[in-house]
Write a protein that binds this ligand. Sequence first.
Ligand code: SAM
Length: 293
Amino acid sequence: MNYRHAYHAGNFADVLKHTVLLALIEALQAKPTPFAFVDTHAGSGCYALDSVEAGKTGEYKDGITRLLFPDMHGSHGKTEPLPPLLRRWLDAILRVPGNESGLKLYPGSPLQVANAMRANDSAQLCELHPEEATRLRDLFHHDHRVHVHQRNGYEALKALLPPKEKRGLVLIDPPYEAQEAEYRVIERALKGALQRWPTGVYAVWYPIKLRSQVQPFHRWLQHCGVRRVLRAELLVHPDDSPLRLNGSGMVILNAPWKLDEVLRDALRAMAPLLSQEHPAKWRLDWLLEDSAG
Ligand code: SAM
């Protein structure tokens, strides 16, 4: 339990994760009936970018900041307008109270989703670390749509699924402190969750260091009984070193119809902006596709 998201908030991995998250929330909101959002690893909900932690790594400067100032990165002087999904995502972050005069706060997944939710949508947030959970609770104490649980998010799925709304999204965003063993924990959690709620949408974030570390998880997904699994990845370094975060990905089980179309322009636009010494590479493909939808 050493991981603190404050060191990483707004980095290139958050840009991918939270853009996909917005696309998923928007897809769920295409229908008027309420949805449930379950965040198994919620973090503290909001991060000050002038904190000691954020200042130590400066990771957000190679993440969200690159999108805010696109003419300074990747486009060699010719600035293309951001595609609509990325624009809406950035605008939502800049609308967070405290960001009126520029980016000071980076909202985590709970706050980004809560800010997009409608009156009847609901959120169940799990966070195991006591201090992070306390911050999360403080952030949402006034919001009756949001429920904070200080408990193991994998375990909590047994109690939280299926949600009463019968439609919604589970975000699984662990810190991977157990390294590759984390994937086996995720697989067990997904297996149980899919038995209880086969029609839920599940989004799992994963780090990419060595490609071979993530391949068994992708193979497991191809046999997990779900008919549609979309994969979105962005690599800022080659995926051949175990020593650093070379990129990250999201897999989306029961991905909403046409999610790939919504994400393609966003990934294409974010790659050159997030490039470091090599051009960033992106990938968007179906690990499993049911053409009938
Ligand atoms: N989802 C957040 C976001 O996008 O803003 C970031 C979450 S951060 C990557 C992972 C969080 O999981 C940390 O705050 C950590 O304390 C918490 N955590 C670690 N193990 C956990 C567990 N088994 N259950 C719930 N939370 C856990």
